[in-house]
Design a protein around this ligand. Sequence first.
Ligand code: SF4
Length: 413
Amino acid sequence: MVVDRPRENAICEVVSDSLDAWGWSEGADLPASAYIHIPFCHHRCGYCNFTLLANRSDLYDRFLDALEKELSGLLISRPVQTVFLGGGTPSILPPPQSIRLLAMLGRWLPITSRSNSDRDKVAKYLTEFSIEANPLDVTTDFCKRCKDHGIDRVSIGGQSFQPNKLQHLERDHSPADLRRAIETAKEHFNRVSVDLIFGAPGETLEDWCCDLDAVIAAEIDHVSTYGLTYEKGAKFWSLRKKGILDPVSEESELMMYEEAIDRLTCAGFEHYEVSNFSKPGEECIHNQAYWEGRPWWAFGPSAARFVGNRRSVNHRGTIEYMKRIESDRSPIEESEDLDEDQRLRERFVFGMRQRKGVSWDDWKVSGPASTVDFIDGLIQQHIENGWMQRVGGRVALTRRGLMVSDSLWSEYL
Ligand code: SF4
């Protein structure tokens, strides 16, 4: 593989032992995917506890300095097949900063098709460069800038097409903003995804059906649906504790999830992962690295990576992340080397999020016998419960299993 040495500058002097700290050593597989966390939003939505700072445009340049220094730990440019710009709201960066970000990613993590795996021989896309966007940011200028720098997939944080629900969720955009953003994105990109939330306080099944019908009518090729969760640290968590917010019942939430599966699959989407639906061939290939247990790089505050045999995660606080890098300290907050037992258990659990399940018969030959016996026993039990099924050499969730899957995984880990 030919790699270019990025241009030298003062910023590149530090973090010279990052590769070691991330878990990579000469000869090991290089990750083919990279996640970049951009920790800024216009404001913080009530349900969100992600790592981000709201309304802090004064920190954009300082953050990019830190990010560039962290990327310089790669030492040379490391070609990847997929990059995912998430957050936060990566689309928030104004043109000078977003051009700087995209140029530095092009330098350190150029996107190149390099694999010849069986999957890639039949895949519709060999590479992918995704950006998450707030509907308010999706303008013609934004799309052109993204395209000029190789971005080929936009994931819009829509959440709902209904004004009341958007208001309850404390989103800063209207249904009209979302529709306009989708149309603008479709004019520039073949690959457009929209996120939707269900189970907002006060939401009825009819409300949710309206959202599903609206996203189907938008004629996009990828939809992600998430049940609203009440996370510690988010405003909604304390409002719920005080009895001010009344969550929808578990039964209603399950009905909404089932409705999403029925309506979207009826409209030609494939339900390829617990929360994700795509038209044939339009699956997000970046996320498949997580689900299939392949390694990935990650940069930015709270970013979690899997390199070599090591999982590591950066400090969650954006200010602390920047301070550590500015003073030549590692931003890594925690890391753990996985042994064969942990690796097989995790790989199984992440892989089972995919509707096609996992090639368990192939995987288990490489695992420790005691772990394989343990997982085999649980699989058998969950097949008898009607939650899992064997298809050829694969094991996958049944539809009934999907409804209880969140409660199953702790048994395997
Ligand atoms: S939900 Fe999305 S847009 Fe809202 S604060 Fe969280 S990351 Fe930002």
